[in-house]
Ligand binder design. Structure first.
Ligand code: PA5
Length: 446
């Protein structure tokens, strides 16, 4: 068991009878998920993924990662939403947000195609000057505007640099198995392709080729990541009790908070290497539960940084939120606080104390202050900062999300709401077929 859930700081906000009463709903939702009998059951491939995956492709992922590591200085991962957040979350959690500045034997990794910023693309093009470059374009549909534009730009760069034949050795495509324009285009161009399985939605795809190829290029041990997720899947599938399963406890408390009228769940970390993990979690819960006028708004903070900004609101603002804190137990980076003769800052009482201990003490003090201010806290403690433990945590959140969505009464595996902006954008940009909407939107913008 790589993680535990401590409910000491939320218990007092929930009546014992309410926790007991939600058990039957959770058992039913757990059964629905495990038996694939609920809405969205066509998208449950992720449940057994840590064990039931394409072993041939998994081998090719490792080989491609080795090839990429040897042949480039800069590796660009092109994708948006579920097609990039998982890999970025894992790489930054286990390597560092400052990965590209570290001394290492793997390429610098950049993420592109996750916005429509000309500035970002131009900067990355500049970074590529004089460097060897490989790209991995990831798009299940193959038609998402943001990655499609970035792919055009970097494909042109590679073809200019290496010629069409040279470029095809440096372009790796992760997309639908058979359908879609990107698959057809890649086969014709001779690019190596990997599969986004039909039955896995973007936000649940971190343990498919979508996440695994970039993660393997970063040097993270993908076997350990998968093993952590596999062990979590054994644990969480087998136990639906809110008393004994950390995962079901999490589902119970967040739904009880929602029913009490809380509108926001804030995911908290005390390490900035978790910032992208927070972003991955926000997509997972935001897209899965935010529909039909329902759902907790998933927000996130990095403490102690944000204690100097949003901390005020969490302590003292509108009482419509609760926090879920993810803490890593083992110290993975030692740095004792130095002694200073002058002691102008008065900190010599801490000389020789590990900075991590100070950080964890800040966490304890903050949790107590926040619960005193009326903000309940759930504490998830991860054993260590390893690929195994992170795989466990990813699966914890995915499984909890599936059960929680069913408890909430939504289909956790669709995302109808993300289409609205795309239709308007296409209409305003003059895409053929959108003429009527264009006129109406332009009238409203006047
Ligand atoms: O979770 C999702 O389905 C989305 O975030 C998609 O991953 C995102 O829109 C990218 O889609 P695609 O992979 O088709 O380019």
């Amino acid at each position: 068991m790589a993680l535990t859930l401590n409910d000491k700081y939320i218990k007092d906000f929930v009546a014992k009878e309410d926790l007991a009463a939600i058990q039957s709903e959770i058992s039913a939702a757990h059964k629905t998920l495990v038996e694939h009998s609920g809405e969205g059951s066509d998208f449950l491939g992720w449940i057994d993924l840590p064990k039931n995956y394409d072993k041939e492709e998994y081998g090719r992922i490792k080989l491609a990662a080795e090839k990429i590591k040897k042949s480039c200085d800069v590796f660009i991962v092109i994708g948006i939403g579920g097609s990039y957040l998982g890999s970025r979350a894992v790489i930054e959690f286990l390597r560092s947000p400052m990965y590209n500045n570290l001394k290492k034997d793997t390429p610098d990794i950049y993420f592109s195609g996750c916005n429509i910023s000309a500035g970002s693309l131009n900067e990355l093009l500049e970074i590529c000057e004089g460097k060897d470059v490989c790209i991995n374009v990831i798009s299940k549909s193959g038609t998402t505007t943001e990655p499609a534009v970035a792919f055009r730009v970097f494909r042109a760069l590679l073809e200019k640099k290496y010629g069409k034949d040279g470029a095809k050795e440096r372009i790796f495509v992760t997309t639908d198995k058979a359908r879609g324009t990107l698959k057809k285009f890649s086969d014709e161009a001779g690019y190596e392709t990997f599969v986004v399985p039909d039955n896995v939605g973007g936000r649940f795809s971190v343990l498919t080729a979508v996440g695994l190829l970039p993660i393997a290029v970063s040097g993270v041990d993908i076997d350990a990541l998968m093993k952590g997720a596999a062990d979590a899947s054994d644990e969480y599938k087998a136990d639906s009790s809110v008393m004994t399963s950390a995962c079901m406890k999490y589902v119970a408390y967040r739904n009880l908070m929602y029913r009490q009228g809380k509108a926001n769940e804030v995911l908290v970390s005390y390490e900035n290497y978790a910032a992208m993990l927070n972003e991955w979690w926000k997509q997972l819960y935001g897209e899965s539960e935010g529909k039909d006028g329902k759902g907790l708004f998933p927000a996130s903070v990095i403490f102690s940084t944000d204690l100097h900004s949003l901390g005020q609101f969490i302590q003292d603002g509108k009482r419509n939120l609760f926090e879920t804190v993810v803490s890593v137990k083992a110290i993975d980076s030692k740095l004792p606080i130095p002694f200073d003769e002058a002691n102008v800052d008065g900190l010599n009482f801490l000389a020789g104390v590990e900075l991590d201990e100070v950080n964890k003490t800040a966490m304890k003090g903050t949790i107590l202050a926040h619960i005193d201010g009326g903000t309940p806290n759930i504490l998830i403690e991860l054993e260590d900062r390893s690929a195994y433990s992170l795989g466990y945590l990813l699966y914890f959140f995915e499984f909890a999300c599936g059960v929680s969505g069913y408890v909430l009464g939504v289909n956790p595996f669709n995302q109808p709401g993300v289409e609205a902006y795309k239709k308007n954008m296409f209409a305003l940009l003059g895409k053929p077929g959108y003429e009527e909407q264009k006129a109406e939107l332009e009238r409203r913008l006047k």
